[in-house]
Ligand binder design. Structure first.
Ligand code: ATP
Ligand code: MG
Length: 569
């Protein structure tokens, strides 16, 4: 490809609204342009990168028996009503009407459509399992579209769905998928972790995310440096406390005046006790009303874990208004003693004695509180969010590290959630009808490319991992109008084309400085710089984008070394 013929509108300045480096660089490198909030046009250079990601995904999906399909993006509301998600999905679902006033949505995901196809066509256990996937545009009316194509409203996703006769077979495909995902992200040159995840709106019982580690990530990932256990921080398990022997003479329950002392720090300072001896009582609200969650003062309650322990539909911190409506609750002085709400406590509380809680009256706390003697706990569980340095629950001496991550992929076992509601059933060997067991598996194509930039850039621009680079080599003539230079450039270009190496020849009449700047910005891994002086000495310059190292190599012999140089990058 010749630079002068390719539409690569590079820019000197980043767009004013771009917060993260990948967004800035994708715009500056002429890869994308915004059409409306969260809606982007992908330009030729950008599309070349997305196609590379797609190709890697395709190969790995085909490898495990996935079959590619292409499903409509406009989906009838009736299907979403069957799965009950028409109401549940909320405002992210872009709902539209056709000229007959029939309701549709623009697909944010395709469980309903694929389940509808499979229930019509697959009747027997003999036709199972089946793995179908597509690479297609999704629309989600995100509350805060940002970071360019990393969190767009319209974006490319690879979504795969598998249908099985039983859970065991689903798990088998799930682990093959997990392996395929690892291969994909490795081939994309990414530093990532497979983390235990919550199954969110899609629902289901088992789920992992693939997170690319980067400071701009929106998720917190907790992982153990010793055993490799990794989890979304909201689910990362905390180690249960060691068994503790109660004190021989437990303190008595005593009410103390604590005027104006509401926070853990204030109460701990006032009573001269460590924060771990103060127990925080957090009031939360779910579909059945208010509940109380207890954690140690030096810990934070984790609503996702509490929601999973209770098994409720939703759970949110109760607002001041809801708290004040409940008699006997006073913000800052809430405690479990005498509280008429279900109490759930973190497992650390089980090992705690002689602690402090609010006294459920303004300006007062209890000291000498003991579990069981002074109040009842409905259920103990792992209810706190782990932090850096906390012990890992899965090994002896490992400690938690916490880093930011970008979720690039997500795999779920859905069970029979959709197949039961939508009656996707099959007949087993005995002729008995059962609901198919399902899995679903997504990868954000654009987000993966953007995540690669987050991990691979410098102050001059993008540094593409070889497998995602829009071109592997860029040939930069100092002066393309010089016959000998032009001749060498064309010879190298033709030879690279012949051996299947994607290269870009910068045939523009611009100054060398401009061409070098653009080459650095768009991040092609290998630059070949050809000038009349070097050439007359039988040499050309080879420069590695990543290290900025360059060396002179003999021309034309060097041409045959290029595949080897690329391999070593
Ligand atoms: P997030 O938590 O980031 O909103 P999600 O959990 O809603 O994502 P999934 O439903 O699991 O996303 O979608 C599968 C994949 O699609 C994600 O792992 C991500 O790579 C990609 N993806 C999801 N939402 C977006 C978006 N708004 N823009 C770009 N890619 C996205
Ligand atoms: Mg997800």
């Amino acid at each position: 490809m010749h630079f002068s013929k390719l539409f690569i509108p590079t820019l000197k300045e980043s767009p004013a609204d771009a917060e993260v480096i990948s967004h800035k660089l994708m715009v500056r490198a002429g890869m994308i342009r915004q059409l409306a909030s969260g809606i982007y046009s992908i330009l030729p250079l950008g599309l070349r990168v997305l196609r590379k990601v797609e190709q890697i995904i395709r190969e790995e999906m085909n490898q495990i028996g996935g079959q590619e399909v292409f499903l409509p993006s406009i989906q009838p509301a009736e299907l979403w009503m069957e799965s009950k998600r028409w109401d549940f999905y909320g405002k992210e679902l872009l709902r539209i009407k056709d000229r007959h006033n029939r309701e549709f949505c623009y697909g944010p995901t395709h469980e309903e459509v694929i389940t509808d196809i499979v229930r019509r066509e697959i009747k027997s256990y003999r036709q199972l399992p089946v793995i179908l996937y597509q690479i297609q545009t999704k629309f989600r009316d995100e509350v805060r579209p940002r970071f360019g194509i990393m969190r767009g409203r319209e974006f490319m996703m690879k979504d795969a769905y598998s249908f099985h006769a039983d859970e065991e077979d689903t798990r088998h495909t799930y682990s093959q998928m997990a392996k395929a995902y690892s291969n994909i992200f490795k081939r994309c040159g990414l530093d990532f972790k497979q983390v235990q995840a919550d199954s969110g709106t899609i629902g289901g019982s088992f789920s992992h995310e693939f997170a690319v580690l980067a400071d701009s990530g929106e998720d917190d990932i907790g992982f153990c440096e010793s055993c490799g256990y990794a989890s979304n921080l909201e689910l990362a398990g905390s180690k249960p406390p060691a068994a503790s022997t109660p004190p021989a003479a437990p303190q008595d329950l005593k009410e103390v005046e604590t005027p104006g002392k509401k926070s853990v720090e204030e109460v701990a300072g006032f009573l001269n006790l460590p924060a771990r001896q103060i127990v925080k009582t957090i009031i939360l609200e779910n579909e059945n009303g208010l509940v109380a969650g207890l954690v140690r003062g030096d810990h934070e309650i984790n609503p996702v874990k509490l929601k999973n322990l209770i098994g409720c539909e939703w759970l949110l911190p109760a607002g001041e208004e809801a708290i004040s409506r409940h008699p006997g609750l006073h913000c800052g002085y809430v405690g479990p003693v005498g509280l008429d709400l279900p109490v759930y406590a973190d497992h650390e509380i089980f090992a705690l004695h002689d602690f402090v809680t609010g006294a459920n009256k303004p300006s007062a706390h209890f000291t000498g509180v003991q579990v069981e003697r002074d109040f009842k706990v409905k259920q103990f569980g792992d209810l706190r969010t782990v932090k850096v340095g906390d012990p890992c629950p899965h090994c002896e001496e490992g400690k938690y590290q916490v880093k930011r991550g970008i979720e690039v992929g997500h795999i779920f076992i859905l069970g029979t959630k959709y197949s039961s509601l939508m009656k996707a059933v099959y007949l087993d060997q005995q002729g008995k009808e059962s609901a198919m067991v399902m899995g679903c598996y997504g990868i954000g194509v654009g987000r993966t490319a953007a995540a690669a930039i987050e991990q691979n850039h410098d102050d001059r621009g993008i540094v593409w991992p070889l497998n995602l680079a829009p071109f592997q080599v860029i040939i930069i003539p100092v002066n393309y109008s010089d016959d000998e230079v032009k001749n060498a450039c064309d010879t190298i270009y033709d030879r690279l084309q012949e051996i299947g190496i994607d290269s870009l020849l910068d045939d523009r009449a611009d100054r060398l400085g401009v061409k070098l700047k653009d080459a650095d910005l768009i991040g092609i891994p290998l630059q070949i710089i050809i000038g009349p002086k070097n050439l007359s000495a039988g040499q050309i310059e080879i420069k590695i984008r990543k290290t900025n190292e360059s060396e002179l190599r003999p021309y034309p012999q060097v041409i045959e070394d290029i595949p080897g140089i690329l391999k070593g990058l």
